[in-house]
Design a protein around this ligand. Structure first.
Ligand code: ZN
Length: 510
């Protein structure tokens, strides 16, 4: 059940999957940013659905219906609000945090998998039947995979109509429509206006041509941009990533070609003053070899900066811990950076077992220089993709330029990924992947935990064996003994990955 009307509102509060009418209504009336993306509100008197933070007048309770996902509101006949733009809301923290079938399916659909592989391909990737997947999604969010994918397509199209200067025919193609007619019809149905009208209403674009796409990625504030930049700067792989000032640049390996992203974290670095609260978006400039990769590129950037996080929920738990309260209060917007390339992150992590982050990144840079292919690169540097697992699996381990054991570890990791024995990334089943990583030689359990944190985006990972965490814990007066530290960390569930970030960023690496 995903739709929630006044009369049918469940009051027992036992089932987390059901939206509670009264709490949804309260959240909407207060315009609380924490709930942005967690549900949408449809107004029966206007036929329009909104984000809970929409600035429009608060509708009467009798006119409200709440849905977990925009696609369910559209399936019930509502149009997306033109003012609050539901497609720009951060994704629901719930799907970001959960690692089960429905959450993985929603992430894949949001990343464009159905456009790429169809519903059957999506089901195959998740190792279930298309029927089972459909039933599960309908039970949880009210609509099946195809409706979710069509909704996503319309919203990507609208984002491109309004945020880019691409000709409308290119927008249709990039968003995944097979004809202009289909595109016009879908946009009209979803938003009540034709593409041309939507573009005219956003005629602020003075630049002509089809240069890089400038998009704005929303997040639930606060966001600690400085901490994010410091983390990325220390780990930037030469040739692939570069940080200068508040800007982060990197190449992207995307389903259909290469891409390049430039994220401007300056709006997110203002910690106080009038800027806080006003800037809830990260501007990103994308250059893509194939425009149809726009969804996948946005997904990578969002993951990299953990933009779907729910900082208020994290702060509530960690702020209640005597050991972490000061840290949590000092850095309420601390994010757990994800990654744009899970294999790259895993290789870097193998090397971080033996080297400080900067050195590990430099060693990765050697692999890039030798095996990384060229990527589209508007700025000259960086201009390489991180090598594929296949390229490193086929290379002679002795040629990797690493110590014998490290080379063997990187090589077996590459082979496992290239052979399909190990699936990294957001569609992977976390338990299966962690088990496969643990079976690899040369990877300590705490390094596996780091990969689970940053590549699988598991928000609740904490390895008390991690030497950097133990060191940091000791400096904060926490036990250094792994067993005692692990017990302490129990209080930080389900946000132990954020607790680990607080510890790691509290002390500079030794
Ligand atoms: Zn609205």
């Amino acid at each position: 059940m995903s739709d929630c009307r006044r009369k049918s509102a469940g009051r027992d509060g036992k089932n987390d999957g059901v939206l509670d009418f009264d709490s949804c209504y309260r959240a909407m009336a207060s315009r609380d940013t924490r709930f942005d993306g967690a549900f949408v509100v449809a107004v029966t008197s206007t036929g329009v659905y909104c984000r809970p933070v929409c600035g429009a007048r608060t509708p009467k309770p009798a006119n409200c219906r709440f849905f977990k996902v925009p696609a369910a509101a559209e399936a019930a006949g509502f149009r997306a609000c033109r003012r609050c733009r539901p497609e720009t809301a951060p994704s629901s923290p719930e799907w970001n945090v959960r690692g089960d079938l429905v959450a993985r399916a929603l992430r894949l659909i949001a990343g464009g998998t159905v456009d790429e592989l169809g519903v059957a391909g999506l089901a195959r990737q998740l190792a279930v039947s298309a029927r089972h997947l459909h039933r599960q999604l309908v039970a949880e969010v009210g609509v099946g995979p195809l409706a979710l994918a069509l909704n996503r397509r319309a919203h990507v199209a609208r984002m491109l109509i309004e945020s880019s200067t691409l000709p409308l025919s290119d927008v249709a193609f990039a968003a995944g429509y097979s004809s202009i007619r289909q595109f016009n019809g879908a946009i009209l149905a979803a938003f009540g206006r034709a593409p041309r009208e939507l573009r005219r209403a956003h005629a602020a674009h003075d630049t002509a041509g089809s240069g890089p796409l400038l998009l704005h990625l929303r997040f639930r504030p606060p966001l600690d941009g400085e901490a994010l930049l410091a983390w990325l700067r220390a780990r930037a792989v030469p040739g692939v990533e570069r940080v200068d000032g508040h800007r982060y640049h990197r190449t992207l390996r995307l389903p259909r070609g290469s891409g390049f992203a430039e994220l401007d974290l300056a709006p997110a670095t203002a910690r106080s003053g009038p800027a806080v609260g006003r800037h809830r978006q990260v501007p990103v400039r994308l250059t893509l070899e194939d425009l149809r990769d726009v969804t996948a590129a946005v997904r990578r950037c969002r993951d990299l900066c953990d933009l779907d996080a729910d900082p208020a929920a994290v702060a509530e738990t960690l702020g209640a811990s005597p050991a972490l309260r000061a840290r949590a209060d000092a850095a309420p917007g601390l994010r757990v950076p994800g990654c744009a390339d899970a294999f790259e992150l895993a290789v870097r992590t193998v090397l971080e077992q033996h080297h400080p982050p900067e050195r590990a990144a430099r060693l990765c840079g050697r692999l890039v220089a030798r095996w990384g292919e060229r990527a589209v690169a508007p700025d000259g540097e960086p201009d390489r993709l991180f090598p594929t697992a296949r390229a490193l699996a086929d290379a002679d381990p002795g040629a990797l330029g690493l110590g014998t054991r490290q080379a063997a570890a990187v090589h077996s990791l590459a082979r496992a990924v290239a052979d399909g024995a190990l699936a990294l990334g957001q569609d992977a089943d976390r338990e299966t992947t962690v088990a496969a990583l643990r079976a690899l030689p040369g990877l300590a359990p705490w390094a596996v935990a780091r990969i689970a944190t940053h590549a699988l985006l598991d928000p609740d990972v904490f390895s008390a064996e991690d030497p950097a965490l133990r060191r940091a814990a000791q400096e904060l007066g926490l036990p250094r003994d792994p067993h005692a530290l692990a017990r302490e960390a129990h209080a930080w569930r389900p946000w132990r990955s954020y607790a680990a970030m607080h510890l790691l960023t509290a002390t500079p690496p030794a």
